[in-house]
Design a protein around this ligand. Structure first.
Ligand SMILES: [Zn+2]
Length: 546
């Protein structure tokens, strides 16, 4: 026998052994599926900063305390991309890929194929259900979610997703969710769209008819604990806070005319949604049908309270303390219903937030400020466009908003760099603007390394992204508003969020290595043994894998 023939036999034997090993592995993963939790609860807390878990740890006695003492908690987690807003945040949590693949590059984006501004979950082909909701679906989401992976491997599993915000509920649930529900503040009830169902389930109708607000909302929002608990973290009243009923300090009386929207600008918005989540568990018998079900919840009052009063305000502390209590009750219910090992609970966030500039200057003494550069920028860009049209003798626009008319530029024989240099020259002269990142910088892999470039890349999709991004200075709030704060920058304060797992078999621990929200879906999918897309950006978090 020739040496080559022996080689071939050895190779065949090795291949056979690999095939047997792979089959065994496959068998093992199915065998392990009997060990799957009955229910996965995936909670996103909108605009919760990573430091919210640590900073007030001494005050927590409920759900946050249980996560901190019984869970696997990642202290150094971030989004790892530039566009820190709600749509991209939730799509990243559920899909395990960055906006460059999920297609959700903003709450709104320009569809470059037709030039239309598009809301990330708009879908005019869907209708209202029982007189509410409608015109929404995950149609614009270009990636699959944990819920989709679960349904593909276990068609009997149910996926239910709920939030105050339509985009949070829809993007967390994915394409094959049984239901996504969100709150309509014009009528004060939970709604959905015909993408999911033609009529609301009876348990939703019953919840909507239950008079929750009348039964549960107090006359005024007051502090849960004594003022001294809050004051040690800073003052209650600060310049720059958005007044509630004319005052920025406690108490905050609910106003009858505004009560349907004030509900979700107060901690009771979380109570409302967690009560609704309990009804979902009962109404759909989630976790009680011999398969693994998924319940996604996104709580938004942190976003509303934080945007009005800032992340370190007494209002935010109170919001978190009350959420800690609500979450404690919710976890206790889960434990009672499903027992230890029966439920896997994952916590993530969609983005952080900048402190109020006034807080930063008054309390932390940094050089923070509000800059109203938008009018200057928009006016300046319009003037530049008019000037260039005259100079180059064209009637069509050359630059509009954050779009550049590259085909026209090529047509008149100009180099795109000439136009980009003029835009950069104008925008970087405006107070507060640091740099302009152009489409060509993002696409060209040879662009020299610079801060945030990779973060912009992970936020960029050619069909849906603008032609340039402007990065403002750190701790600078680019806004026309005199009060409140926001997010959306690539800076750490907008990018760091909590990640925690509870109900895993791993020993409680706190981990300080850098991880990303994109890793959560990969972790849950791997734990469940689901078949996941090959192009995931997330990496399973090993500490939570047991
Ligand atoms: Zn958000």
């Amino acid at each position: 026998m020739s040496p080559g023939g022996a080689d071939m036999r050895i190779r065949k034997t090795v291949m056979l052994l690999i095939a047997v090993a792979a089959a065994l592995l496959l068998f093992t993963s199915f065998a392990l599926s009997a060990d799957r939790p009955r229910l996965i609860v995936f909670l996103s807390i909108d605009q919760m900063r990573a430091d919210h878990l640590q900073r007030y740890a001494a005050e927590y006695t409920g759900g946050f305390k249980r996560l901190l003492t019984e869970g696997v908690v990642y202290l150094n987690a971030d989004l790892n991309y530039a566009n820190t807003s709600t749509g991209p945040g939730h799509a990243t949590l559920s899909t395990g890929v960055y906006p460059w693949k999920s297609g959700i590059v903003g709450n709104n984006y320009i569809d470059r194929r037709n030039g239309r501004r598009t809301y990330c979950v708009e879908d005019s082909s869907t209708a209202k259900v029982d007189g509410g909701g409608g015109a929404r679906s995950p149609h614009n989401l270009l990636a699959t979610t944990i819920g989709d992976w679960l349904k593909a491997s276990s068609p009997q599993s149910k996926v239910v997703s709920l939030s105050y915000k339509d985009r949070a509920a829809i993007l967390m649930g994915g394409h094959n969710a049984n239901y996504a529900f969100w709150y309509d503040q014009t009528v004060g009830r939970m709604v959905t769209s015909s993408y999911y169902t033609t009529t609301l389930p009876d348990w939703v109708k019953a919840f909507n008819a239950s008079g929750w607000i009348e039964k549960n909302l107090p006359d005024s929002w007051t502090r849960l604990k004594e003022e001294s608990v809050y004051s040690k973290y800073g003052p209650d009243v600060l310049e720059g806070e958005e007044p509630w009923g004319g005052s920025t300090g406690f108490p905050h009386p609910f106003q009858q005319k505004k009560i349907l929207s004030q509900l979700f600008a107060s901690p009771w918005g979380n109570t409302y949604l967690l009560d609704f989540a309990q009804e979902a568990l009962r109404g759909e018998n989630l976790g009680g049908r011999g398969v693994t079900d998924l319940l996604c919840i996104s709580l938004s009052t942190t976003d509303n309270v934080g945007s009005d009063f800032g992340p370190n305000s007494h209002e935010m502390i109170d919001n978190l303390l009350r959420l800690d209590q609500d979450l404690g009750a919710f976890l206790a219910e889960l434990e009672k219903a499903f027992g230890k090992g029966g439920v896997l609970f994952a916590l993530g966030g969609d983005h952080g937030v900048m402190q109020l500039p006034e807080y930063l200057t008054t309390v932390e003494h940094t050089n923070a400020r509000r800059i109203d550069s938008r009018v200057v920028a928009e006016g300046g860009m319009r003037a530049l466009d008019s000037l260039m049209r005259i100079e180059y003798g064209v009637k069509e626009w050359i630059v509009k908003g954050s779009l550049i008319n590259y085909p026209l530029i090529a047509q008149i024989g100009l180099k795109s760099k000439t136009i980009e240099d003029r835009i950069r020259g104008l925008l970087t002269k405006i107070d507060g603007n640091v740099e302009v990142v152009f489409r060509s910088d993002v696409i060209d892999k040879k662009t020299p390394k610079r801060p945030y470039l990779e973060a912009f890349r992970r936020s960029f999709m050619s069909d849906r992204s603008p032609d340039f991004f402007v990065r403002a200075c750190e701790n600078c709030l680019i806004t026309e508003a005199k009060t409140g704060t926001s997010h959306g920058s690539p800076y750490l304060y907008d990018r760091t969020v909590p990640i925690a797992f509870w109900g895993t078999k791993s020993a409680p621990k706190k981990i300080d290595r850098l991880v990303h929200t994109v890793d959560i879906a990969a972790t849950i999918g791997t734990k469940l043994g689901l078949r996941m897309p090959k192009n995931l950006d997330g990496i399973p978090l090993k500490e939570a894998m047991r």
